[in-house]
Design a protein around this ligand. Structure first.
Ligand code: ADP
Ligand code: MG
Length: 743
């Protein structure tokens, strides 16, 4: 008697209207949503809730024994019923107002479930008018374990349990009707339960082992569907035609290599070979190049660009900010020297030109640049996002290099791809070290190369926390150290979380990384403080560039050449300040995080980060990468008024204790919600990843990736895998919805 209620059917098909409405508040709209509303935990028969651990403000379901019941009429219209419950150690008084009838249903010695919000009354933890289950309701240990669901005040766990039970009975009456996204051979190989069994057991387990097996299967599901989406993306991209860019030698690349004042590290050579092989293919390269700040990614990318120019094409370099675009333009031009001066006196015959395109440049400069780009005279084009957003026309775009991937979404890469008649090759660079499984999950459609060694001769960076809360005079010492660096002929950055002055939309002291106007520019580097560190943070706004600079010039840094740098400066002013700083005409740069990525001034040896606790761990690591780029040792001082031992302070201590960016990025990820890592919307919508944790489930994700590659390789249209195809379509629909939410 297959009543065939489909998974996509609205929950109303299995529950009443009222419950359906309440489920909606939990984000449960379809029968599948309901079946995938997994228990938060399980009670064993007779197991009581530890009442000493109730947290005010939380929604709880407690299982306890009634110690006493007493009711009284306080006023004519106010009846108060106090029920004291116990777990054998602690007691909590639960109060019901005007529920006289309850008194005869509750008695000492009874085991009950109460569900409601934990409150504090006169210093004691309490529940007021909770939902109650006794007798039949409470004894529903159908299996040996009782599932407890994430619930709301109106929809207690046991009512959810009943709704799920109906769904299970209606949808899973017989075996074999539920389409399973995981193909049987894969299930067999990985020793996984079927989807039906997993859903049944996660909701109605007999033993803890049942729960474990069910959860493992459902977790695998999430990884597998996600990896299939990525494998399909890879397959689709690999099927696109691209122009192979092979070099014969004797061109720009060779001339550049001869000019290089150093030899490439073994890692650089390895990556360069992989990139050259990719470029020679008739399908577009999609490669992610990750490596610590200063590991020499830019040189590798520049060599790839030159190879493409040698092969007759053009290369574009996209930077996340104008400052970085300008800096790349400057440094690439400098590295190329006469090779970048074709058509100029003294320029090389085999040379090319490097064009700069930014949103804010003058009309004349822009017109010239656009002409160079469309004619093909500029072999290399450096720019910001404007390069892909505006209608810039290329003569023959062969390679796109994207600097700092985490500010670039899949959508932007797609937009970019559509710029060329034939898909260009794409090389993405990131200095934010990404743990392997995160890279696999977030950038799973890219091949990944990693530069692990720093070029020889790099000086170490010493990092210290300056705790102004306990030791105010340490701050004076910090400014003294700044003066010492300057006296030794070096330069120093002072970084603040805010710009200050007339506040723009992003200048609210909350987001330390958004000074360049891109509202969602830092999904990986958002301040980690919105977690547990929040509570102790003082309410004052973060220190601001425009306040700190005059304070320094009139006080501890009087007499030094101090300038400010931030995202609200006009482009030419930014360029001018950076140029003067790079030329050694300034001693101290008071700045926002615009110096975060890529800025390269070898003579800058010191950095003072004010309100350092307001920055994310990875962000601090990026920031300090700005110093110690030359031969003199670098010094980074993290100034904070957070207390010793607080979570925020511990994060800073961790940054001071290690230079390992991978370790720090793990820390960063652990400190924040998984959804943020995966770029899911902040809107509160439930992510399709419910059980999977990218750090914890590394082995599982690797398995799923292999399995997905195999399945997609054998059946790229998923024609023989309808269950998987449905699941993929749902995942894509969810991603699209999230994307629309964000824009
Ligand atoms: P990244 O882009 O990874 O931050 P860059 O490519 O900008 O690193 O390199 C940082 C600095 O190191 C640059 O000044 C660059 O010229 C220099 N560099 C790159 N590769 C080497 C190498 N193999 N040996 C010595 N110096 C190098
Ligand atoms: Mg760089």
């Amino acid at each position: 008697m297959s009543s065939v209620v489909s998974l996509a059917a609205p929950v109303r098909t299995v529950v009443g209207d009222k419950t359906a409405k309440q489920l909606d508040a939990l984000g449960v709209a379809t029968v599948e949503d309901l079946l995938r509303h997994y228990p938060r935990r399980y009670y064993e028969r007779g197991e009581l809730t530890d009442l000493s651990r109730l947290v005010p403000g939380e929604m709880v379901t407690v299982q306890a024994t009634i110690a006493s019941v007493s009711g009284r009429q306080v006023r004519p219209k106010l009846h108060k019923l106090d029920v004291v419950i116990t777990d054998g150690r602690s007691r909590v008084t639960v109060t019901f107002f005007n529920q006289v009838w309850r008194q005869k249903l509750l008695a000492a010695g009874q085991e009950v479930f109460f569900a409601g919000k934990v409150e504090v009354f006169r210093g004691n933890v309490t529940l007021t008018n909770p939902e109650v289950a006794v007798g039949e309701d409470a004894e529903d240990f159908a299996g040996g374990l009782l599932p407890v669901y994430p619930a709301t005040a109106k929809l207690p766990s046991w009512r959810l349990r009943k709704a799920v039970a109906v769904a299970l009975d209606v949808v899973l009456p017989d075996r074999g009707i539920l389409p399973d996204p995981v193909p049987p051979p894969v299930r067999l190989r990985r020793g996984l339960l079927s989807l039906e069994d997993a859903l049944r057991l996660v909701h109605r387990p007999d033993t803890r082992d049942d729960v474990r097996r069910a959860v493992r299967r459902l977790r695998y599901d999430e990884a597998f569907v996600l990896q299939t989406v990525l494998a399909l993306r890879r397959a689709e991209a690999a099927a696109l035609p691209a122009t192979p860019r092979r070099t014969a030698g004797g061109g720009l690349l060779e001339a550049f290599d001869e000019r290089l004042p150093f030899t490439l590290t073994a890692g650089q050579q390895e990556v360069a070979a992989a990139v050259a092989a990719d470029l020679a293919q008739e399908h577009p390269m999609h490669r992610l190049l990750q490596g610590e700040v200063g590991s020499g990614k830019t040189v590798v990318a520049l060599r790839a660009m030159l190879a493409v120019v040698d092969a007759g094409g053009q290369a574009a370099l996209l930077a996340p900010t104008e400052v970085l675009a300008q800096q790349h333009h400057r440094s690439i031009s400098a590295m190329l020297g006469p090779l970048a001066e074709r058509g100029l006196l003294g320029g090389s015959d085999i040379g090319t030109r490097v064009a700069l395109l930014t949103g804010s440049q003058g009309t004349q400069a822009r017109r010239t640049a656009l002409l160079d780009v469309v004619s093909g005279d500029a072999g290399i084009v450096v720019g910001t996002h404007a390069l892909i957003q505006d209608n810039v026309e290329f003569h023959d775009l062969g390679l796109v290099v994207v600097d700092e991937q985490h500010r670039f979404g899949v959508e932007q890469r797609d937009a970019l791809r559509s710029k060329a008649k034939v898909s260009p090759h794409v090389l993405v660079m990131t200095a934010t070290p990404i743990p392997r499984t995160v890279a696999m999950t977030v950038f799973g459609d890219l091949d990944v190369s990693t530069l692990t060694e720093l070029p020889a001769g790099r000086s170490p960076i010493a990092t210290h926390v300056v705790p102004t809360g306990e030791k105010p005079h340490f701050l004076d010492r910090a400014w003294e150290r700044v003066r010492e660096e300057v006296a030794a002929g070096h330069q120093v950055y002072v970084v603040c979380p805010r710009i200050g002055g007339h506040a723009g939309g992003t200048d609210d002291g909350r987001s330390a990384g958004t000074d360049d106007g891109d509202p969602d520019d830092a999904p990986v580097d958002a301040p980690a403080g919105d977690g547990d560190g929040e509570a102790e943070r003082p309410a004052r706004p973060g220190l601001a560039v425009l306040d700190v600079a005059p304070m320094l010039t009139e006080g501890p840094l009087a007499g030094l050449r101090v300038e400010v740098m931030h995202g609200r400066l006009p482009a030419d002013a930014k360029d001018d300040v950076m140029r003067r700083f790079a030329a050694g005409e300034l001693d101290v740069l008071v700045s926002t995080t615009v110096v975060e990525v890529g800025v390269d001034v070898a003579n800058a040896t010191g950095m003072v980060v004010l309100d350092a606790d307001r920055f994310g761990v990875s962000q601090l690591h990026q920031l300090r990468g700005r110093v110690g780029r030359g031969t003199a040792p670098g010094l980074c001082l993290l100034v904070t008024d957070t207390g010793a031992g607080s979570p925020a302070r511990e994060r800073l201590d961790a940054v001071a204790a290690t230079l390992d960016g991978f370790e720090l990025s793990r820390l960063d990820l652990e400190a924040r919600r998984e959804g943020d890592v995966l770029g899911a919307s902040q809107s509160g919508r439930r992510s399709s990843l419910r059980l999977l944790r990218v750090l914890r489930d590394e082995a599982l994700i690797v398995d799923a990736r292999d399995d997905a590659a195999e399945v997609v390789g054998g059946d790229p249209e998923l024609l023989g895998h309808p269950g998987l195809r449905d699941a993929v379509e749902r995942a894509l629909a969810e991603q699209r919805a999230d994307y629309l939410d964000k824009t």
